[in-house]
Design a protein around this ligand. Structure first.
Ligand code: CA
Length: 387
């Protein structure tokens, strides 16, 4: 299959380049400029040309686009790469805050304020190094030239932990400019997700300046973290705002056989670890229960697990047959899942671009193209519909 062959060539190029990088101290070499073929895939509803724009990403996490046309891609180690015209400029943003880079923790998502044109605020989620380890934090800042300036931490989740498991995190804004962000339950302590007294295993909601909205569900509950919007979430690494229907979709990296898509609604409990369709990755039984009163059911769970991460909803006219679909990056299964929804109901899905790499995020650009970033293969790809 041409796709497989091309990917193979691409991987060899990447490995060669990486090998050279280790042996030389020079900044570039000829392999750096290897031309990578694009290739077409005949999917169920569109023929898609996959353009490989970059092959050297290291643990990418988030991406966004500035109104001036520049595209920003975060790497977990704490870098923000600047692309222009679908090409890496060679520049990275300066002044990025230090991150607690351990396992799944580090620099995570990046999003523009919906009114960025007027206010210039850009938001990042990151694992902030603090006393006791790292804490998922939301910062806003502005960009001057290639620098991140006027940095303000809006919220720092508690408590800090030494490790790096299950930090989330994604940022979205809704139609009223409320900011929602996801935060994982830290892995070793799944019960975090069921108490309102800490920040972990939750979706949070704040104002765009970090204030707590007075209509958040638990603001009047003694001892509760007031930014909590939902709880009982394991490691929601994907969060999508469906503007047309004013819905929020949470993509939750679950236990083995228990990855979920959840409709995220105010004050609800999504069950982890009291109920789940999965088992431990060591095949241990977490709970026999899949249903409990007062706990939400996912609209879909994946068995076997695909290890879902970042996702987007297709609103672009460039992919008319995909409109309204969720595109979900799969880490373990190394594809993009195109999920068809009928309102709030899961209809079915198609696996796209099998073996492209561990897909960390999928996003739609302001001009309507779908991009994705991958781990291990280190790719930034652009999906160009051919028909
Ligand atoms: Ca659940």
């Amino acid at each position: 299959m041409k796709f497989q062959k091309t990917l193979h060539i691409l991987l060899i190029s990447t490995f060669l380049w990486a090998a050279c990088q280790e042996k030389t101290t020079g900044s570039s070499n000829e392999l750096d400029k290897v031309e990578v073929d694009s290739f077409a895939v005949n999917t169920e509803k569109h023929i898609i040309k996959v353009d490989t724009l970059y092959t050297e990403l290291e643990n990418p996490w988030g991406m966004t686009w500035l109104p001036d046309g520049r595209m920003l891609v975060t790497e977990r180690k704490g870098e923000i790469l600047i692309f222009e015209n679908d090409t890496f400029t060679g520049n990275k943003l300066e002044g990025v805050p230090a991150v607690h880079e351990v396992s799944q923790a580090g620099l995570l998502d990046i999003q523009l304020h919906p009114n960025y044109d007027q206010n210039g605020w850009i938001y990042i989620s990151y694992a902030k190094p603090v006393e006791g380890g790292g804490a998922t934090a939301i910062m806003r800042a502005k960009i001057e030239g290639n620098s991140l300036v006027q940095q303000e931490d809006l919220i720092i989740t508690t408590p800090a932990v030494e490790g790096g498991r299950h930090f989330g995190s994604r940022i979205i804004f809704d139609k009223d400019n409320f900011l929602y962000f996801s935060n994982g339950e830290r892995g070793a302590n799944p019960e975090n997700a069921q108490t309102l007294k800490n920040s972990h295993g939750k979706i949070h909601r704040i104002h765009d300046d970090g204030r707590i909205p007075t209509d958040n569900p638990f603001v009047n509950e003694a001892g509760a973290i007031p930014s909590i919007w939902t709880y009982g979430n394991r490691n929601p690494q994907g969060l999508v705002y469906d503007k047309a229907n004013d819905l929020i979709w949470g993509i939750e990296h679950g236990p083995k056989g228990g990855d979920e898509i959840n409709l995220i609604e105010k004050g609800k409990n999504y069950g982890w670890p009291e109920i789940t369709y999965g088992i431990g990755y060591d095949d241990s039984i977490i709970t026999e229960d899949t249903v409990k009163s007062g706990m939400e059911q996912p609209i879909h769970f994946w068995r076997p697990s695909i290890a879902p991460c970042g996702a987007t909803i297709v609103t672009s006219d460039k992919y008319p047959n995909w409109k309204g679909n969720l595109l979900v990056g799969a880490l373990a299964k190394q594809h993009i899942a195109r999920v068809e929804l009928n309102g709030k109901v899961y209809v079915g899905e198609e696996k796209l671009f099998q073996d492209i790499g561990r897909v960390r995020h999928v996003a739609q650009s302001p001009d309507g193209y779908i991009y994705a970033v991958t781990e291990v293969t280190g790719l930034l790809i652009k999906l160009i519909p051919q028909g």
